[in-house]
Design a protein around this ligand. Structure first.
Ligand SMILES: [Fe+2]
Length: 231
């Protein structure tokens, strides 16, 4: 449960909406906080539900996850724990920004190195980078004061050295946002359960319903994206 909302039921509704919709995804990116109670059973339920879509599922841990259990249960095809993947002329790079027992995030030197190396090795590919924590301020004091990616300056420095980065996506903030920096699209995806009120300096719940985001990676390197709210 989250704030009176059954998170399994709302997630089930999202999967139903996607699986019965006209448009089928080629893959799913799950940007973290997949299970709150860190149980194997929780991850197995997640695996069972998303597995119904029969597409690759890229899983990134969040501050409420157990990266160890996640990597154990969600790292066999069609599931992949972090790492990278190629889809036509796009490269997806999934980073682990979790600091255990801490709600704020950090990219360890090894993650920054993987990022730099993967971008170098795929220069001819457009790149979308995904992680859990927000690498730029969201405009909410409570969220920006220590809950985001603490070494975002180091992250931004790496992506600034590569001209094939087209987008950066994250979860964590329970709200949709769309920004741009140096021609790179920066966007957050709403939660599949309850949302937080954007631009509020104190913690406030939003009345928006559960949601998810379509991300269309176009052959020319542009990104067309759209948030769907469950009504
Ligand atoms: Fe989170």
């Amino acid at each position: 449960m989250m704030r009176g909302l059954n998170t399994y039921d709302s997630f089930r509704s999202i999967i139903d909406r996607v699986s019965t919709g006209k448009r089928k995804p080629d893959a799913v990116i799950a940007t973290g906080d997949l299970v709150q109670d860190e149980t194997r059973k929780g991850y197995e339920r997640f695996r069972g539900l998303v597995g119904e879509l029969n597409v690759p599922v890229h899983c990134i841990p969040g501050n409420h996850d157990s990266p160890r259990i996640m990597a154990e249960i969600l790292n066999e095809p069609p599931f992949q724990f972090c790492g990278s993947a190629i889809y036509q002329n796009w490269c997806l790079i999934m980073l682990n920004s979790v600091v255990r027992w801490d709600d704020g995030g950090q990219l360890e030197a090894s993650q920054l190195e993987i990022l730099d190396q993967t971008l170098n090795a795929n220069k001819s590919q457009h790149a979308l980078i995904c992680m859990h924590h927000h690498p730029i301020p969201m405009g909410s004091a409570w969220m920006d004061g220590g809950l985001g990616l603490r070494n975002s300056d180091e992250f931004l420095k790496v992506i600034d050295q590569h001209d094939n980065v087209r987008g950066v996506a994250w979860g964590h903030v329970h709200q949709a946002s769309d920004r741009e920096r140096n021609g790179v699209a920066l966007f957050s995806t709403p939660s599949t359960c309850a949302q937080f009120l954007p631009n509020s300096d104190v913690f406030m719940m939003d009345t928006r319903p559960p949601g998810y985001r379509w991300v269309n990676l176009m052959p020319d390197g542009s990104i067309e994206t759209e948030v769907v709210w469950l009504t």
